[in-house]
Design a protein around this ligand. Structure first.
Ligand SMILES: [Ca+2]
Ligand SMILES: [Ca+2]
Length: 501
């Protein structure tokens, strides 16, 4: 009897459902947001009441990781459903449509457009703002496919101070390397992320009645420059209790190659922020921006909850990669430790069990097949993620695959439930026991007793590990094992070169 009932339900679902019966999707991205989110516990003082409330309404993943610790490759991976080691896109460039293999790849939003969804986007979803292009990317013989039917406010930084608020930073005093209280008049409406939320709210209020929506909102903060108004700083004490725990000489036991993957960058090292008395200011600025973005997400979610779409909208919130704020002697991204790879990932809405926390390792790559499963969109056999639907039903459902993050060819972090294993292109390795050492302070890869653990984790190294596609630039590293030659941004790193500080 039960089987007959299931069969008849399936028959109805596949043959007679109107597009408007499908759930809407609200797809919210946060840029450079690590796990300093209240309920994730990455920072004991982080205040994110709206994300915490959303997590309670749905299922939150406390061990979710990006596939690349950098905007362009991470977002390309998520939206194409392929690992960076498969796309060959590891740097800030190129835009994937210029790569012949991916010029016509059906992305996540396009897959839903093809399934009858209205698609709209505002702010940073891809790396770089994509208006309806109808133009040719360099190297593309035909016009690029339309990424979204409608695009709204670009968002971004918004109002900027007339000059940088902090002292001149190393590596060229990059204009983005800045933080502090701005604007001074407490007016949040001048901020790009406020406008992203406002545009998203308007979209919800004016959504088409004849088809479901896929609405994407991409927040720029807490990406640098971390400007927030005073009221967000007031949530955090102006003392050293805000600083994350660090270990003196933490890098003494990490391989030299661990420096190569972020060899020379505009993000200041810990040494600089300390010497310039900017560490606390940076940490408070990042936290202030996190709380501000949380409030913008709250504005959107409250409008959904009060709308006719309240019970028929899947909300997914994700961050594109983490950020260091002094840990491992650096600030910024481009690392294969948890601080660089761990991100918020929350799902709420129809089909998702509320009040659940899942601590198993999962990947941003899993979002694409998960949204397909949650909505009944056509399945695809060419996605590298694994649907999280079983965990969204019951968070205890076992997954066997760890979360894998890659930063340029040959450098991979493998995060299982208990361990983090890192393998660099020159063969050097790290291993951390994340239960005993959650800060990844003690590299235990050299201990013979862990040989079996390392061997198990090596089995998960990507079998496809492509070299960088042509025209890859910005934060790219190549390595030739035969000659032991590492090239960062076109410059050879010698084994004897001092580590830039
Ligand atoms: Ca980013
Ligand atoms: Ca260490």
């Amino acid at each position: 009897m039960k089987n007959i009932f299931i069969c008849s339900v399936l028959a109805i679902t596949s043959s007679s459902v109107y597009a408007t019966d499908k759930p809407n999707i609200l797809f919210i991205a946060i840029d450079d947001q690590n796990d300093w989110i209240g309920h994730l516990g990455g920072h004991p003082l982080a205040k994110t009441p709206h994300l915490d409330a959303l997590a309670k309404r749905g299922t939150t993943f406390t061990n979710a990781h990006c596939q690349a610790p950098l905007c362009n490759p991470s977002r390309t991976s998520l939206l194409l459903g392929l690992r960076p080691t498969t796309t060959g896109i590891y740097g800030l460039k190129p835009w994937f449509r210029t790569v012949p293999e991916w010029s016509n790849r059906v992305t996540l939003p396009q897959h839903f457009a093809n399934d009858g969804y209205y698609t709209a986007a505002t702010g940073k979803i891809y790396h770089g703002f994509r208006k309806n292009p109808k133009k040719k990317s360099q190297g593309n013989s035909k016009p690029d496919p339309v990424e979204f039917e409608v695009t709204g406010s670009f968002g971004g930084v918004g109002t900027k101070p007339p000059k940088k608020l902090i002292p001149e930073t190393p590596m060229g005093n990059h204009p983005l390397m800045d933080w502090g209280v701005w604007p001074l008049d407490n007016d949040d409406t001048q901020k790009g992320d406020y406008q992203v939320a406002s545009w998203t709210v308007e979209q919800i209020q004016n959504a088409p009645k004849d088809r479901p929506f896929f609405l994407a909102a991409g927040f720029f903060l807490p990406h640098v420059p971390c400007y927030a108004t005073q009221k967000w700083f007031d949530l955090y004490p102006d003392d050293d209790s805000v600083l994350p725990p660090i270990l003196k000489d933490d890098r003494a036991d990490t391989p030299r190659f661990s420096w190569y993957i972020h060899w020379s960058l505009p993000e200041p090292r810990l040494k600089w922020v300390r010497e310039n008395n900017e560490w606390r200011n940076l940490v408070r600025s990042y936290l202030a921006c996190t709380s501000f973005v949380d409030a913008q997400i709250g504005r959107i979610v409250s409008v959904v909850e009060q709308s006719e779409f309240a019970d028929n909208t899947i909300i997914v919130v994700w961050g594109d990669h983490g950020w260091h704020l002094g840990e491992k002697d650096i600030t910024g991204k481009n690392t294969l430790w948890d601080r660089g790879t761990k991100v918020p990932l929350v799902f709420a809405g129809p089909g998702i069990t509320p009040q659940q926390t899942c601590g198993q390792p999962v990947e941003l790559l899993d979002i694409y097949p998960t949204l397909i499963d949650l909505t009944g969109a056509p399945t695809r056999s060419d996605l590298e993620g694994i649907s999280l639907l079983p965990q969204l039903k019951d968070a205890a459902t076992t997954r066997t695959r760890p979360a894998i993050t890659s930063h340029n060819q040959g450098n991979h972090g493998i995060r299982s439930e208990r361990w983090r294993y890192i393998h660099y292109a020159d063969g050097s390795e790290e291993l951390y026991d994340m239960h005993a050492d959650p800060n990844e302070w003690k590299n235990i890869a050299h201990l013979p007793k862990h040989a079996a653990v390392i061997e198990q984790h090596r089995l998960w190294l990507p079998t496809i590990d492509r070299e960088l596609v042509p025209d890859s630039t910005a934060r790219v590293l190549t390595y030739d094992k035969a000659t032991d030659t590492a090239i960062w941004e076109g410059t050879t790193i010698k084994r004897t070169d001092p580590i830039p500080d």
